[in-house]
Write a protein that binds this ligand. Structure first.
Ligand SMILES: [Zn+2]
Length: 282
């Protein structure tokens, strides 16, 4: 928390002290380093290259308005997000493949490069899927990645690294108001009578079918009286209470059906409630 706070402070400082954390612009596992300003053939690198699985969702870093940009040979399929804060974000090298391979047969259109149904000029909510990670433009044949630029005040590019370090990662992405439930796997961090803090390693979001693995994500859940808490050793299962849980114990949780909102997508403290907690005995 302290590190995140310090990094958020750095991002805020760089953008004049008004910035709140952005939504991390990709759903799921992603890797990046601070390659802003790195020497490149066309001049210093203006963005951060975020490597992720091809066709991962690219998410709106904040609420705003999108513009499609489809005519740049180097950027390929590109999107501008004009954020409500005044910051503009560039999403470059979005997907242009129709198959799992590098076929380059897709166009810079909704459903291929941009999120299905998304229209040029549309208003988007923070965290809304706006596109798919790919390798269009001069990233063709290179590992799929999102070249992400941050332009505070719509001016020249700033180093996006502190923004990404402070960014909030979504557990899932769904239209606001859509019913969902999550299947979470992880370990117990801190059990209490009516709450459970766990370290999430895997999240499965239904009915979207989204899956994220290898997370190390703390999450504080409500565990109402109506929740079922069970202990299992693989062959038999019995009822128990949360207070029997031990730190580090493997746990699976199904959340109560809820509706998608930024709070539930981010997994804010106590925004999600458990319906079933399954504590696993070694
Ligand atoms: Zn780049």
């Amino acid at each position: 928390m302290l590190v995140a706070g310090l990094l958020a402070g750095t991002a805020a400082a760089r953008s004049g002290g008004t910035a709140k954390p952005i939504i991390f612009p990709i759903l799921g596992a992603a890797h990046y380093t601070d390659d802003f300003g790195a020497p490149r053939p066309g001049g210093p690198h203006q963005g951060i290259d975020i490597v992720a699985a091809k066709k991962s969702f690219a998410l709106a870093a904040e609420a705003g308005k999108v513009e499609f940009w489809t005519t740049s040979a180097s950027a390929g399929c590109m999107l501008y997000l004009y954020g409500a804060s005044g910051t503009t974000y560039y999403y470059i090298h979005l997907n242009n493949d129709l198959t799992r391979g590098n076929d380059n047969r897709g166009k810079c259109v909704a459903g291929t490069a941009y999120a299905p149904g998304l229209k040029d000029g549309a208003k988007v909510a923070a965290g809304q899927p706006v596109g798919f990670v790919g390798d269009s433009g001069d990233a063709d044949g290179v590992h799929a990645h999102l070249h992400f630029e941050v332009h505070p005040g719509g001016g020249k590019a700033a180093d996006g690294y502190p923004y990404l370090q402070a960014a909030q990662h979504l557990l899932f992405a769904a239209p606001k108001g859509k019913p969902f439930t999550l299947e979470l796997d992880g370990t117990v961090m801190k059990p209490a009578a009516l709450t459970l803090q766990l370290k999430v390693s895997t999240v499965h979001a239904w009915p979207m079918g989204q899956r994220q693995t290898r997370l190390r994500r703390p999450l504080l859940l409500n565990v109402p009286n109506t929740a079922i808490v069970q202990s299992t050793n693989g062959s038999s299962t019995r009822k128990t209470t949360l207070l029997s849980a031990r730190q580090g114990q493997t746990v699976k949780v199904w959340t109560m059906p809820a509706t998608a909102s930024l709070k539930t997508e981010r997994g804010d403290d106590l925004a999600l409630a458990a319906a079933l907690v399954l504590l696993k005995q070694p």
